[in-house]
Write a new protein. Structure first.
Length: 266
């Protein structure tokens, strides 16, 4: 019997767990907080930014919701940026010691407090859909050091955080006619659908070891029906591995496993 597990991570709500709908397999999806779209500086341990992710509804206030602190004595400026889907960084403003300087186009919407010599927090008066994105603080001196980022998700009206329906598909019959074609590859497909928002990733392990070779995952979740998202990942394995009874394909993080058992037709 071959055990195949794919792992999905939904980062819209930090630390929360949901049990998604499931077709014929036992599934658990852990909602995690990994949301970086920009690589922070190598020394970003000196800049602490929390939380990793925030989920809000339209009209909610984000009061001192994103916090940034440092202990670098020679640094006295903290800059704030927003990164949207284009991955370009937009300057929101900065603190020079305790003097707040907000960009004109976000005045009245965005505000900061704190002191550039130690820490700052960012507030948004009333969030809208356009406020979704990844927010970064930055200690601006030489070198500039970025925080780890906070992903802000503003839920669309009528939608709530929803876990995926997970379907695990075995190789097609044409790929698995028999054991004689040992050089042929077999494709296992993991499909996650019906989830919102789109913060889902998939990873694989083979016999306890993380694998990236032979893995092809959609570059981004698709929204074919305009409401919920769908993403798929494909794992290509050798026929020898597929037909080996003790082969074990497992997710990267055991606490977030989505399990389904597939028995090859020997």
């Amino acid at each position: 019997m071959l055990l195949v597990v794919c792992s999905l991570y939904l980062s819209a709500a930090q630390g929360k767990k949901v049990r998604p709908k499931n077709r014929g397999c036992t599934a658990t999806v852990a909602i995690t907080s990994s949301a970086l779209l920009l690589t922070a500086a190598a020394d970003d341990k000196s800049v602490r930014q929390t939380p990793p992710s925030i989920t809000k509804r339209e009209g909610d206030a984000l009061v001192s919701g994103i916090k940034c602190s440092h202990s670098i004595s020679s640094y006295n400026q903290i800059y704030w940026y927003k990164q949207d889907e284009s991955r370009a960084l937009k300057l929101l403003g900065y603190l020079y010691t305790n003097n707040q300087n907000v960009e004109e186009d976000v005045k009245g919407k965005i505000s900061f407090d704190g002191d550039g010599r130690s820490g700052s927090s960012l507030s948004i008066a009333a969030v809208g859909l356009k406020d979704s994105g990844v927010y970064f603080c930055c200690d601006n001196y030489d070198p500039a050091i970025f925080g780890s980022g906070t992903r802000v998700t503003v839920l669309e009206p009528g939608l709530s955080v929803t876990g995926p329906t997970v379907t695990l598909l075995p190789p097609s019959s044409r790929e698995c006619r028999n054991q004689k074609h040992q050089k042929r590859k077999k494709t296992i497909v993991c499909v996650a659908s019906g989830f919102y928002p789109d913060h889902v990733s998939v990873s694989w392990e083979v016999n306890g070891q993380k694998v990236t070779d032979g893995v092809a995952t959609d570059g981004a979740a698709l929204r074919p029906e305009g409401r919920f998202y769908r993403i798929s990942s494909r794992l290509r394995v050798s026929a020898e591995d597929w037909f080996r009874p003790d082969s074990d394909f497992t997710s990267l993080r055991s606490r977030a496993k989505v399990r389904d058992t597939i028995s090859p037709d020997l």
